[in-house]
Ligand binder design. Structure first.
Ligand SMILES: [Zn+2]
Length: 144
């Protein structure tokens, strides 16, 4: 489990796509209460003070998500889950939808695989978002 501060919202989506279990902390929490609650975890943060105070932390330098990914991936442990197996919004494991009946209209029925997050009531499939993600990872030398 990795802890991210609220300034790393886009990075959290990327890391979830790669299979990481994350906790995203509210920006209303003070540094001290973040450390009190999450000090046992590795904390990724854009806040220099928090990075200094936390026992295990990575200070994220860039504010560009691909650069952030490039900064942190080499020092992170292996992800807990397969890539593309988690909901990018809540981190819940996705379940594969086996029947094409009763899907909402916005879901393309011709996809080989469709996944569902029961927490967010959201469907996922291989489409342009994922293609863009894989492309931008390729540009920073990370093969997906
Ligand atoms: Zn979800």
């Amino acid at each position: 489990m990795i802890v991210l501060d609220a300034m790393l919202g886009r990075l959290s989506k990327y890391l979830r796509l790669l299979g990481y279990d994350l906790i995203i902390v509210s920006n209303e929490l003070s540094d001290d209460s973040i450390i009190q609650q999450y000090g046992n975890y590795l904390i990724l943060t854009r806040d220099r003070n928090l990075a200094k105070k936390a026992p295990r932390s990575i200070y994220v330098n860039s504010d560009i998500v691909t650069e952030q990914t490039k900064e942190v991936l080499p020092v992170l442990p292996k992800p807990e889950h397969e890539k593309f197996s988690l909901c990018t919004i809540c981190g819940n494991p996705l379940i594969e939808v086996l029947s094409r009946d009763n899907l909402p209209d916005y879901v393309p029925k011709d996809k080989d695989r469709i996944y569902y997050c029961s927490k967010c009531n959201k469907y996922y499939w291989y489409g342009s978002h994922l293609r863009n993600f894989i492309q931008s990872m390729g540009k920073i030398g990370i093969e997906i």
